[in-house]
Design a protein. Structure first.
Length: 89
């Protein structure tokens, strides 16, 4: 899983019919201290995350393991909204 921050939303009115109804969010990976990294990716939002929230993102075959994304052309899915993060070191 990737720790990331939601930084925007993608609107796509024309897309594969199996993606209709899915919210697409732009997420930027972050370090444990929430410092943003340079990269970004687009992920299907399966939990109702909003811009500014820190989330957990799965990629690859794991991204297609939710009820919403099962057997769909999805490579990244927001699986959780982070409430708190405790890390030592």
């Amino acid at each position: 899983m990737i720790l990331a921050k939601v930084i925007g939303t993608v609107w796509a009115t024309r897309k594969d019919e199996r993606l209709v109804g899915m919210k697409l969010q732009i997420v930027r990976p972050v370090e444990l201290d929430y410092t943003e990294k340079v990269d970004f990716l687009v992920a299907v939002d399966s939990v109702g995350a909003g811009v500014g929230e820190v989330v957990l993102v799965c990629q690859g075959s794991s991204a297609r393991q939710t009820e919403l994304t099962e057997n769909k052309a999805v490579d990244a899915t927001i699986m959780a909204i982070v409430d708190k993060l405790d890390a030592s070191g």
